[in-house]
Ligand binder design. Structure first.
Ligand code: ADP
Ligand code: F6P
Length: 322
């Protein structure tokens, strides 16, 4: 088994709450097992620019509770080129770094997969609020993002009930509807619009009109950004429901704030697991938690698999929102 003596860690793509907890776990676990550990600043951009510095126990002090990422993140188009990937791999090799932990979403996993094919020992940690990474029950940041949306909907429900209005709430998720689905179910939304399931918007508006006549005097529609613009949904709802809709686009507020304890624990478990897996000789793997078990899956498989949508949960939300 190859002896791993030093590793690096980077955060990439859309940041998410819990990334700092994951970086902390990677650094502290690596040092515990006698490895040198380096932080790469600004994701793959930093890898390309050789913006890499050694970390110690104190480098990750007092960050488990902080949103964002002390290593910062970036979206780096240059790294999508083979030349950029080779430059990144060369920067690691020149420093004698034996392995790399990439904390990011599906795009970041694509980059990690390319580095793996260039001979770099890589481990992927699912760091994104979107929850669009397969072979893990949940991604780091998703729980916190959902809790932010649920809190926002609670506040909106107060004022919508005061004025007998409907609220259209647009949430993040890129092409995945999980934030809308989980937050919609948890907040009792009257309708949940996701890209994975076709819907009849005019029919939803008419149903809201009937409900209004039967005493349901306000309503909340949670929509994933992947289905379109909240303003467009609002126009159709205004025409068909007769209610006076208001639009809230939550945007990047879903990406900040203190990570929940769930995200801190998930990130800590996965960060330590990534380090131990590298030490044991694993490479080119994505770390995940399935039924509370830590699992490794070939990154190549992960990037070529679409995350399954939880139709049972969607149908439950429909049944309970009558
Ligand atoms: P996320 O990781 O949150 O999905 P992005 O899709 O922006 O965020 O991906 C993050 C970074 O990963 C990109 O800015 C780019 O540097 C790198 N990346 C994305 N897709 C690829 C790819 N197909 N090949 C190589 N690198 C990629
Ligand atoms: O991938 C995470 C995410 O927050 C998506 O949900 C969202 O569509 C995107 O990032 C926003 O990207 P940016 O932060 O670059 O505007």
């Amino acid at each position: 088994m190859t002896t791993i003596k030093s590793i690096a860690v980077l955060t990439s793509g859309g940041d998410s709450q819990g990334m700092n907890a994951a970086v902390r776990a990677v650094v502290r676990s690596a040092l515990f097992f006698g490895l040198k550990v380096y932080g790469v600043q600004r994701g793959y951009q930093g890898l390309l620019n050789d913006d890499i510095r050694e970390m110690d126990l104190r480098s990750v002090g007092d960050i488990i509770q902080r949103g964002g990422t002390i290593l910062q993140s970036a979206r780096c188009s240059e790294f999508r080129t083979e030349e950029g990937q080779r430059q990144g791999a060369e920067n690691l090799r020149r420093r004698g770094i034996d392995g790399l932990v990439v904390i990011g979403g599906d795009g970041s996993y694509q980059g990690a997969n390319k580095l793996s094919k260039l001979g770099i020992r890589t481990m992927g940690l699912p760091g994104t609020i979107d929850n669009d990474i397969p072979f893990t029950d949940v991604t780091i940041g998703f729980d916190t993002a959902v809790s932010i949306v649920v809190d926002a909907v609670n506040k909106l429900r107060d004022t919508m009930s005061s004025h007998e209005r409907s609220s259209i709430v647009e949430v993040m998720g890129r092409h995945c509807g999980d934030i809308a689905l989980y937050a919609g179910l948890a907040s009792g939304a009257e309708a949940i619009l996701v890209p994975e399931v076709p819907f009849d918007l005019a029919g939803i508006g008419k149903h809201m009109k009937e409900n209004f006549a039967n005493g349901k005097r306000h309503s909340i529609i949670v929509m994933a950004e992947g289905v379109g613009k909240a303003e467009d949904v609002s126009k159709v709802i205004a025409e068909t429901s007769g209610m006076d809709p208001r639009v809230t686009v939550l945007g990047h507020i879903q990406r900040g704030g203190c990570p929940t304890h769930n995200d801190r624990i998930l990130a800590s478990r996965l960060g330590d697991f990534a380090v131990r897996s590298l030490i044991e000789g694993q490479s080119g793997k994505a770390c995940g938690v399935i039924n509370n078990e830590l699992v490794l899956t070939d990154i190549d498989t992960v990037v070529n698999t679409k995350k399954a949508f939880n139709m049972d949960m969607y149908e439950l939300a429909l049944r309970l929102s009558q």
